[in-house]
Design a protein around this ligand. Structure first.
Ligand code: ADP
Length: 458
């Protein structure tokens, strides 16, 4: 098996070319030798007819003297290339090749009525002869035009030699040409491979130069470039994620460290230690929430989330989430309503769905004004189930609405941080919606509250 692609292409091309050439050679040789024979027969027939005509004329002119008429007719045609023989009664009357005309006697006898015969005893390879009968007093005379087959055989031998020596030469030239064409056509591949080799994690922004390569290679390079663009984007997202995550981890960690440092600078009272430990506990809780969120998103990115699917009632799940959020809502004097009247069966991962609704409720409670209102509902429509959480908070400016589902994105960064947000809650909501073949969105008007919803297709 040839491993070199260029050589393999050339070998296939040569095999095909040789086959074509062999078929062509056989057909050409067969047709050429037939054509040569037909031309010879044609010439012989016409020469025999001319000789017969001449003989008839001479017989009339010489008042029936057949031997003299035969000699005259042969004399008149002596400059022709074919040999002319005139017989009568099994005897040669006249011949332009006196040495061998006797050889023809038997052949002419065998020819009977046929006008073309092979005269085997003539020359090395015999001869081809055309016969014309001329009626004479008391019998017939026969005019024979013949041509030795030696000349034809020589011509065919030369043709065979040309084919036998010419074809290998043609095949060798075709091989060289094919190899050169394959080398030239595949050169862009090598050049692209060298460029691709130089692209590493640090230079994913680079692209393959396509140049004037053939269409197929341009398509290959374009696909490769698209792949690079996707990789570049994934790398960029990952880099940003790691940078943002580290940034977020730094704040609670430095608060914990600072608090411990200050507490340990000197002896303190029990209540001061208690205060410091409370701060540290608070920040540790924040930290573990952040780590939880990061883990969830890392799982989402890995694409190998194993959903623990089970049959449940979404209305029950939302109602339970509302009950759990009640304490937080009451702390801010917010009226939390849950409109989940009928049973809405659904198949999904209960923990993830609970997380999704809780995130939406926590956001709504955090953003609704003191004494405000938050409403959660589940609605089953034909072909879809919609879970939504609305509040009468400040709303979201239209230009920010599409971005709030991005990771680490916060509309009011300072306020969000102060309230303990990392900008990951809605990114997790979006991911949970998507793994359940749903879609998350928000309808909001600044100053008139927001409605966050998730629509599942069923
Ligand atoms: P965070 O943990 O910071 O709240 P989220 O991903 O949950 O992060 O939300 C992203 C941003 O969207 C928040 O910083 C906030 O600015 C905005 N947001 C989320 N929910 C609401 C809401 N109910 N009303 C107004 N703004 C909201």
């Amino acid at each position: 098996m040839i491993r070199n692609f260029r050589l393999r292409l050339t070998a296939w091309y040569l095999a095909f070319f040789t086959l074509l050439l062999a078929v062509f050679g056989f057909l050409f040789y067969g047709m050429f030798s037939n054509a040569m024979r037909e031309r010879l027969d044609e010439t012989l027939r016409s020469e025999a007819a001319t000789a017969a005509g001449l003989l008839a004329d001479e017989i009339t002119e010489l008042h029936g003297d057949l031997p003299a008429a035969a000699a005259e007719a042969v004399e008149e045609m002596k400059f022709r290339t074919t040999t002319l023989v005139i017989y009568s009664g099994g005897r040669v009357l006249a011949s332009s090749d006196t040495g061998r005309s006797r050889d023809l006697a038997e052949a002419v006898r065998l020819a009977g009525q046929s006008d073309l015969v092979e005269a085997s005893g003539y020359g090395h390879r015999g001869a081809r002869a055309a016969i014309r009968r001329v009626p004479v007093d008391g019998g017939e005379a026969i005019a024979v035009a013949l041509e030795p087959l030696d000349a034809l055989a020589d011509e065919m031998r030369i043709t065979r030699r040309i084919l036998l020596f010419g074809f290998p030469l043609l095949i060798a030239l075709a091989g060289l040409g094919g190899y050169a064409v394959a080398t030239r056509s595949l050169a862009p591949l090598g050049w692209m491979a060298r460029q691709a080799h130089e692209i590493g994690g640090e230079s994913l922004h680079k692209r393959l130069e396509i140049g004037d390569a053939a269409d197929e290679l341009t398509t290959l390079a374009a696909s490769f470039n698209e792949l690079l663009a996707r990789l570049d984007q994934s790398f960029e997202t990952m880099r940003r994620f790691v940078a943002d995550a580290s940034h977020e981890l730094r704040t609670p960690l430095s608060v914990i460290r600072g608090e411990a440092d200050v507490a340990l600078t000197r002896e303190r009272s029990a209540s001061e230690y208690k205060q410091s430990l409370a701060v540290i506990l608070d920040e540790s809780r924040r930290l573990s929430r952040l780590v939880d969120d990061l883990l969830n998103l890392a799982r989402a990115d890995s694409g190998h989330v194993k959903l623990r699917l089970e049959d449940l009632y979404l209305n029950d799940l939302v109602a339970e989430c509302c009950r759990s959020a009640r304490t937080a809502a009451e702390a801010r004097n917010i009226a939390l309503e849950c409109a989940c009247p009928g049973d809405v069966p659904f198949r999904g991962d209960e923990d993830l769905l609970r997380r999704m609704v809780t995130n939406l409720l926590e956001n709504a409670i955090r953003h609704a004004p003191e004494g405000g209102r938050v409403e959660a509902s589940v609605e089953a429509e034909p072909g879809a189930i919609r879970v939504q959480v609305s509040d009468n908070g400040p709303g979201i400016p239209p230009e920010e609405a599409a971005r709030v589902f991005e990771r680490f994105y916060r509309v009011d960064e300072a306020r969000s941080r102060r309230e303990g947000g990392f900008g990951l809650g809605l990114a997790i909501v979006k991911w949970i919606a998507e793994v359940h073949k749903g879609e998350a969105g928000v309808i909001s008007k600044p100053g008139a509250g927001s409605t966050f919803f998730v629509t599942f297709r069923v």
